[in-house]
Design a protein around this ligand. Structure first.
Ligand code: TLP
Length: 350
């Protein structure tokens, strides 16, 4: 098998970011211990920093965004409980239905709006009354920024209104905030305002923030205790995880503000390709570090264009059979975007 080689201009995802020199340095010198026993000082430090950053009591370092969402759902819900989520949510589409498969949690999906939100009236209508026939409505799950909607963000006011509605009916709220810092930087608000009174949040260190591995779940002490138990049964109890947490600490302290560059580059890319033959791109969706467009070209299908771009050292992903996604991140400079726009232009016959 030919070994896989990444494209030089890799816009497939911000998960492809490599650790910074400061992260590598921090990883080699981090004090370590056994984290299953709570004795890794670097993990403890990262968790305390993450909790304070999100305005929550406690935090838990986990291996990935998928694991963070799963342990959160397992900590909030029991078997037969129901989670209300969008039909385009990452937790619903891309996480193997883990909460149903492993936790017996029933998904109740609502139409995801083009901006990534769920309509308040849809949520209200989905909350079930007490009835022997029904599952128990337990949790609402939001996603900020929204992956399949093209990196659109939710505002503090919207999130607060969902939390208010959910809490009034005794439901909890979890935020899949894999890219919550992109949402904060784009809106120039403190990330705490985006989390507000939501009961839990997962955010990723290994996407735009460029750490090699890891995500963090934040919530109350009591919630994090249950999430920690769920992580252990999933085999996610790591030992000297401080080597990873050290990079995560650098991610949180040094890599947030520069996300604005990624947003400017995404905008540049979107403006550069929006007028090309076959490209249908709604500029209103280009709010953070993603560009998603529909391809309706006379000769090229999505798969053809993805392959042809790859042949010219530009990596993108098919979001679905009709749409292509490009993501900007650390390591992608303005010059790369200009090159990518030129390649798009040549291939689409502009
Ligand atoms: N998303 C990945 C892959 O699914 C394709 C990507 O490249 O965008 N929540 C959201 C909103 C996400 O976008 C992702 C990753 C996750 C959760 C899961 O994170 P990981 O990959 O760390 O399990």
């Amino acid at each position: 098998m030919t070994p896989l080689r990444p494209p030089r201009i890799d816009l497939r995802s911000d998960t492809f970011t490599l650790p910074t020199p400061a992260m590598r340095e921090a990883m080699t010198s981090a004090p370590l211990g056994d984290d299953v026993f709570g004795e890794d000082p670097t993990v403890n430090e990262l968790e305390a920093l993450a909790a304070a950053t999100m305005g929550k009591e406690a935090a838990l370092f986990v291996t990935s965004g998928t694991q963070g969402n799963l342990v959160s759902l397992l900590a909030h819900c029991g078997r037969g409980d129901e989670v209300i989520a969008g039909d385009a949510a990452h937790t619903y589409i891309y996480e193997q239905g883990g909460s149903a498969a492993l936790g017996g949690i029933h998904p109740r999906v609502l139409p995801t709006q083009p901006d990534g939100s769920l309509r308040l009236q849809d949520i209200a209508a989905a909350i079930r009354d007490e009835n022997v026939h029904f599952p128990v409505s337990r949790l609402v799950c939001l996603e900020n920024t929204h992956n399949r909607c093209g990196g659109t963000y939710l505002t503090p006011a919207y999130t607060a209104s969902v939390v208010e509605l959910a809490h009034a009916h005794g439901l909890k709220v979890h935020i899949d905030g894999a890219r919550i810092f992109n949402a904060a930087v784009a809106q120039q608000v403190d990330v705490k305002a985006l989390v507000g009174e939501a009961d839990s949040i997962t955010f990723c260190l290994s996407k735009g923030l460029s750490a090699p591995v890891g995500s963090v779940v934040c919530g109350s002490e009591e919630f994090i205790y249950r999430a920690r138990r769920a992580r252990k049964v999933l085999g996610g109890g790591l030992r000297q995880a401080g080597v990873l947490a050290a990079a995560g600490r650098v991610a949180l302290t040094e890599m947030v503000d520069r996300l604005a560059e990624d947003h400017a580059n995404a905008r540049l890319l979107a403006e550069g390709i929006a007028g090309l033959p076959g490209v249908r791109l709604d500029m209103d969706t280009v709010q953070t570090n993603m560009v998603i467009f529909t391809l309706n070209h006379p000769t090229l299908k999505v798969g053809d264009l993805v392959t042809a771009l790859r042949g010219q050292e530009v990596g993108v992903l098919a979001a679905d059979p009709r749409r292509i996604r490009a993501v900007t991140h650390y390591g992608i400079e303005r010059g790369h975007i200009e090159e990518a726009i030129a390649v798009f232009g040549r291939l689409l016959g502009a």
